[in-house]
Design a protein around this ligand. Structure first.
Ligand SMILES: [Zn+2]
Length: 302
């Protein structure tokens, strides 16, 4: 009977913290863009710990677990380097630091552009070695980690990430080479640098420049499509819209209306992520629609 009981004690809590720290760093490096962050101790994590502490068989009270979690937030975190010969145990090490290890992540390689596994080659904490050189003490709960990964597809590409830690908040503060942005191939080639630039700005938390870049993309594309040399962007985009087939216009989003939405947001300095994502999607549907429309038309004429 007792063998079926799920024991939850300090040891299991330590394992949960270890898994949590690793999964949060993985999430930060795999899914987040520059200057976005992940909270290691969030409400869901605390809820799951409380549920385990509330078990009849638990050997640790929730209040006690919370104390350990608070200490965990303030203590030094050590990112283990795989090249290190020391066999350090994960979790609390002998000098009271909390050690964790990231073995591999999935990312897009800047060298071969493949999205696949990357293995950790080296890791470092830029603040670790400098603490003794400065008068003002840098708290143990602050770190600036670097993680260097090696692409397993081409065995050549190296991706370096920088992550800043402040207590239990970890923020992606840098990466080299720059994140690769894949855009659909139906976005017109000659202007896709504006479209890509908009996504990079958005991913870096710069929503207003991102909205502006989308607007530049629309204007430059429409200018290239019309025969007249018109001054005002509004007239250019209107002219472009007039040239589109009526049945296309009735089905697909209008660049004129997207341009209007972007302009309103820019004029009122409205850094709305929702407007950006909505306009980006409508632009994509417009150009995907053009691709399908032209394909259907050429099939018909055969
Ligand atoms: Zn590669």
């Amino acid at each position: 009977m007792s063998s079926n009981l799920i024991i939850y004690s300090k040891f299991e809590l330590e394992n949960d913290l270890k898994s949590r720290i690793e999964s949060c760093f993985k999430k930060l490096l795999e899914k987040k863009h520059l200057y976005q962050n992940v909270k290691v101790i969030d409400d869901n994590f605390l809820k799951s710990i409380k549920a385990k502490c509330d078990l009849f068989s638990a050997n640790i009270k929730y209040e006690e677990a919370l104390k350990i979690i608070e200490e965990f937030k303030l203590m030094s975190w050590e990112a283990l380097d795989p090249s290190s010969v020391k066999s350090q145990r994960l979790g609390y090490d002998d000098v009271g630091r909390f050690s964790f290890k990231l073995n591999s992540i999935k990312s897009t390689c800047g060298n071969c552009a493949e999205s696949g596994p990357m293995n950790l080659l080296r890791t470092d904490d830029a603040l670790k070695g400098v603490r003794r050189f400065i008068d003002k003490k840098v708290p143990e709960f602050k770190s600036v980690f670097t993680f260097t990964f090696h692409c397993q597809s081409c065995r050549n590409g190296l991706e370096v990430f920088q992550a800043q830690r402040d207590k239990d908040k970890i923020t992606l503060t840098g990466r080299s080479p720059m994140e690769i942005v894949n855009i659909p191939n139906f976005i017109p080639n000659d202007f896709n640098n504006y479209f890509t630039g908009a996504i990079i700005a958005y991913n870096s938390g710069q929503v207003l420049p991102a909205l502006f870049m989308l607007r530049v993309f629309i204007e430059q594309y429409c200018r290239s499509d019309i025969d007249e040399n018109l001054d005002k962007a509004d007239s250019v985009i209107q002219k472009y819209a007039e040239g589109l087939p009526v049945d296309f216009k009735s089905q697909y989003p209008s660049l004129y209306s997207i341009y209007g939405d972007l302009s309103s947001a820019i004029h009122s300095a409205n850094e709305s992520e929702k407007i950006f994502l909505n306009c980006k999607e409508r632009i994509e549907v417009h150009f995907d629609g053009k691709r399908i429309y032209d394909k259907a038309k050429s099939l018909k004429s055969k």
